[in-house]
Design a protein around this ligand. Structure first.
Ligand SMILES: NC(=O)c1ccc[n+]([C@@H]2O[C@H](COP(=O)([O-])OP(=O)(O)OC[C@H]3O[C@@H](n4cnc5c(N)ncnc54)[C@H](O)[C@@H]3O)[C@@H](O)[C@H]2O)c1
Length: 316
């Protein structure tokens, strides 16, 4: 298939691109290589993709409609995986308008030009953050009610709504994927697991904002398998949770890290604005409809991530 990945120089996008090239797809990647984290890191991620096969790469900002139009008119894509976004909760509280402008505008441009050029299937990267602050229950797809806790999450709820608008205008198949805390080699450096590992490797103290919090950590290879399954199963309009399916308390995560770093020092802080208490995915729909079956539990995933981190200290 001829596929477009937006945000393909990013963490999830570069892993996905490598896998899709390995199984024979033709790829175009669009990325503005923004400075949310280091550009050198993104170029390294893109170079990993290029080592696997030839791609068309456009260093383009998706908020630029003319540039987006040109790309869609140059290639006839069978499917688009729209991953590009400003990610991360804390920064979105600091810079809400940047998040709104970037995430909403790029999503409108991608959806509109996918529709105008008869792309068959649009896949949108949403997030567990759309469930807002819930505690003690797995999140199933119909539970979203718009009550979210950060501007970032609001851009994901808004992005999902825009997907419904353009799906009804143009009739393409639509898959909305809600990812749950993705980690692994090349994991985004602003996220908890990579931040902890970097500090622990440097013998520094790590900070915990909320001892009671829990996350459904999902290993990158499982997310890539989930996206591949979605590409192979286009349907008129579906929403899927892609997570591991088990919430891990921060205290459990620390206990696992302590096995690797027995000298670990932890400082407890107060909860951060915008962070939700818990995420926990109900993945029964993805299991049933996509045969989605996450393989890597947190212990194995952490082992692999720590091995990677030790070998790539320059990118942490
Ligand atoms: N990593 C996670 O745990 C997680 C969880 C839930 C949802 N998501 C979503 O998955 C997607 C990928 O996340 P990631 O962790 O790989 O983040 P990432 O920051 O590594 O990748 C996103 C990429 O998009 C690019 N980008 C952003 N705005 C752009 C624009 N206007 N034009 C062109 N390129 C642009 C960035 O330069 C970056 O390379 C995002 O939409 C994110 O919100 C991620």
């Amino acid at each position: 298939m001829e596929l477009l990945i937006t945000g393909g120089a990013g963490f999830i996008g570069s892993h996905l691109a490598i896998h899709l090239l390995q199984i024979g797809h033709s790829l175009t990647i669009v990325d503005n290589l923004n400075s949310y984290y280091s550009k050198e890191r993104k170029i390294a991620q893109l170079n990993r993709v290029r080592q696997v096969g030839d791609i068309n790469f456009y260093h383009v900002d998706l908020t630029d409609e003319e540039a987006v139009k040109k790309i869609f008119q140059t290639h006839q894509f069978n499917a688009v995986v729209h991953l590009a976004a400003m990610p991360g909760v804390p920064k979105s509280i600091e810079l809400p308008l940047i998040y709104l402008e970037n995430n909403m505008k790029s999503t409108v441009n991608v959806l509109k030009w996918a529709g105008e050029t008869n792309v068959k299937h649009v896949i949108f990267a949403s997030s567990s953050s759309v469930y807002g602050n819930r505690d003690g229950v797995p999140f199933s797809e119909e539970m979203v009610n718009g009550e979210v806790a950060s501007p970032y999450a609001a851009t994901k709820v808004g992005g999902e709504s825009l997907c419904h608008v353009y799906q009804s205008l143009y009739g393409f198949d639509l898959s909305i994927l809600r990812f749950f805390t993705v980690y692994g080699p090349w994991g985004r450096p602003d996220m908890a697991i990579p931040k902890f590992i970097k500090k622990l490797l440097n013998n520094e103290e790590i900070y915990i904002y909320d001892q009671e919090s829990a996350r459904d950590y999902t290993y990158i290879d499982d997310i890539v398998m989930g996206i591949e399954a979605v590409i192979n199963n286009p349907r008129k309009k579906e929403i899927y949770n892609l997570g591991y399916g088990t919430p891990i308390k921060i205290t459990q995560l620390l206990a696992k890290l302590k096995i690797h770093f027995p000298q670990m020092k932890v400082k407890m802080l107060t909860p951060r604005q915008g962070d939700v208490k818990m995420t926990w995915s109900d993945i029964s729909k993805a299991k049933k409809m996509l045969n989605f079956s996450p393989q890597v539990d947190i212990s194995e995933g952490l082992d692999k991530t720590i091995i990677w981190a030790k070998e790539h200290k320059e990118y942490l």
